[in-house]
Ligand binder design. Structure first.
Ligand code: B12
Length: 311
């Protein structure tokens, strides 16, 4: 798209914002053809300059109040719309501007998408891993881009990782807990502090041995097989960041398997999913729950579909 077209679109948007009262013109004249994009700036709740000619003061669309505000004009049953919106986090009741989203919906979508991207591309904070003495090993993936493009490599430990696990980990333990970044660093950061101690304490109070925990960078769920082969535990519990939804990046899963080995598939695994505070499976409860499942797996010597058949 050339600059002239871009400027025309920008001017049209600015005119629309002005008409809705969201933009206050300031000298010099608003929407002039000399508009240039503002330099990127950190987010500020305060009004920011718009090319030096306008002040934009849009309300923050990401607040819970803004998310819950019905935007359907002339709704037949406004209370019904409100009730429906309160029952789900899905984007309903957002109204429209002609055939398009309203600006507020678009901004919210972009803001939520940014949360997702951050969670996906960021590394888990090293300080958190240090807090739990988790040393790091890596899969055969060497960077984020490759992680996204080659899930198969994220299911295999690299050679150095295998050597490190051999040196540092206790073998033949009852329960091996592993933390993996998966698709959301934010999820691990949001839940590990609460969940990890509950799992460790639960395993130990059940009289089971708790293997040397560690962190796997660029991990996919299938890496459990290599871990099973390297350590030979009864049960592997992999705490891993789930694929982030729009604006929901803090959801973690605990994937579990009984004696995971080469060739095992998801049919041999179980998952406790949607672990996060306020609306998901509470991480403390999830901690207690996975210990129970680990005990069941040991009792029935099975996991996944086989465990379901055994129960
Ligand atoms: C992406 C996804 C899928 C994708 C996985 C493909 C892929 N390569 O990513 C597809 C569409 C194939 C899928 C299918 C299924 N899924 Co699914 N899936 C998800 C989702 C949205 C994200 C998972 C994630 O982020 N994993 C973490 C990343 C790092 O893992 P990964 O290694 O990249 O991918 C592996 C896992 O995602 C795993 N996986 C995906 N779903 C399931 C389900 C189970 C029971 C297990 C053990 C493993 C598993 O398969 C991938 C390959 O190994 C979650 C929702 C959530 N909140 O977690 C549901 C979710 C995990 N899936 C679920 C279900 C039920 C299924 C199916 C059984 C549906 C069906 N009836 O066929 C199948 C079985 C999957 C299988 N592999 O055998 C449920 C599990 C509920 C539960 N507690 O048992 C969830 C929580 C959705 C939900 N809320 O209902 N799924």
């Amino acid at each position: 798209m050339d600059d002239a077209k871009l400027n025309a679109i920008v001017e049209a948007i600015v005119r629309e914002l002005k008409a809705s009262g969201a933009v206050q013109p300031s000298a010099p004249t608003a929407g002039s053809a000399t508009w240039t994009p503002p330099a990127p700036q950190p987010f500020s709740a305060k009004p920011t300059g718009f090319g030096g000619s306008l002040t934009i003061d849009l309300p923050d669309p990401t607040t819970p109040e803004a998310r819950m505000t019905p935007r359907v004009t002339n709704a037949k049953d406004p209370n019904g719309v409100r009730a429906l919106m309160a029952s789900t986090s899905a984007r309903i009741g957002v109204g429209r501007a002609g055939p398009r989203y309203r600006t507020v919906s678009l901004l919210l979508f972009q803001g939520d998408h940014a949360v997702t991207q951050d969670a996906l591309y960021r590394d888990v904070d090293q300080r958190l891993l240090d807090e739990f003495n988790l040393f790091t090993v890596q899969t055969k993936v060497s960077n984020k881009q490759e992680y996204l493009l080659r899930p198969d490599l994220g299911r295999l430990l690299n050679d150095e990782a295998k050597r490190t696990l051999n040196e540092k980990c206790q073998k033949n333990v009852n329960v091996q807990v592993v933390v993996g970044d998966g698709l959301s660093a934010a999820a691990v950061e949001a839940n590990l502090r609460q969940m990890f101690p509950v799992v460790r304490q639960g395993v130990q109070s059940a009289g089971l041995t708790f293997g040397t925990p560690f962190f796997v960078k660029y991990a996919r769920v299938g890496v459990m097989n290599d871990i099973g082969e390297a350590i030979k535990p009864d049960v592997v519990i992999l705490l891993i960041g789930e694929r982030p939804g729009l604006g929901r990046a803090e959801s973690m899963s605990a994937y579990m398997g009984y004696k995971p080995k080469y060739g095992d598939t998801d049919a041999d695994r179980d998952v406790v999913c949607n672990i996060f505070e306020n609306g998901g499976t509470n991480p403390l409860e999830a901690g207690a729950f996975v210990v129970q499942i680990a005990q069941k797996m040991r009792q029935h010597q099975a996991s996944g579909v086989k465990l379901k058949m055994a129960k």
